[in-house]
Write a protein that binds this ligand. Structure first.
Ligand SMILES: [Fe+2]
Ligand SMILES: [Fe+2]
Length: 218
């Protein structure tokens, strides 16, 4: 399905830009890079990762899963993933004045490094959960419901410009490796598992799946 293929490709770009962002922040706090790129990173995360990418997950994919794939509207993935989007948006909002400020005080540099670490780790983990659970489950379940395509809205001018910014930033700054980032696959990687979402079997499986695969799960 085109929308799901696009969301996967967008995850790849967002992951790369996050790695470049961590390199830029590392250089920024030691005064070795162009402070103006802070604004370009901010626009990429707000307009491309946020408005466009998270926007279509919330406005198109999750409602389609509720409508056609029996996903519960007020609990589980439909609530948990949106909650993660809001939480990352809040971190980005907190970080934005530091991305745009010049010069930075030593305390501001420390705050920027902390917030960038928190933001990138949360978004990497969110992408891992979506790539390994949300997108494959969506593909399977929408196909079963005979939904072959979902409407994909075009990018606005500012979203397209933000994507171009992201591609340039990913080429300009090498990707940092963060040994403290928690990466992986499946529900166990998702920070909402056991909090807002009970995992793939309880949230996604229908009666037939429970009868067929559910022995030993209860
Ligand atoms: Fe998401
Ligand atoms: Fe996503």
């Amino acid at each position: 399905m085109k929308l799901i293929d696009e969301l996967r490709a967008e995850h790849e770009l967002i992951e790369r830009v996050l790695g470049s962002f961590r390199t830029w922040v590392e250089r920024r706090v030691t005064g070795r890079t162009d402070p103006l790129d802070g604004e370009a990173f901010f626009r990429f995360f707000r307009d491309f990762a946020g408005s466009f990418h998270h926007g279509r997950e919330e406005e198109i994919l999750l409602p389609a899963l509720v409508e056609h794939a029996e996903l519960r509207p007020r609990s589980g993935p439909a609530v948990a993933l949106v909650d993660q989007h809001r939480s990352m948006e809040a971190t980005l909002g907190e970080m934005s004045p530091l991305l745009l400020a010049e010069p930075l005080t030593p305390l501001e540099k420390e705050a920027l490094a902390d917030l960038a670490t928190r933001y990138s780790r949360a978004l990497w983990q969110h992408i891992d959960a979506e790539n390994s659970v949300l997108l494959p489950e969506s593909e399977k379940r929408l196909a079963r419901a005979m939904i072959r395509e979902l409407p994909a809205r075009p990018m606005t001018g500012s979203e397209a410009a933000a994507r171009e910014d992201g591609e340039r930033l990913a080429r300009t700054y090498p990707q940092a490796y963060d040994p403290g980032a928690i990466r992986g696959e499946g529900c166990a990687i998702c920070p909402s598992h056991g909090v807002l979402c009970e995992g793939v079997e309880r949230e996604w499986w229908n009666d037939w799946e429970w009868e067929t695969f559910g022995r030993g799960q209860e």
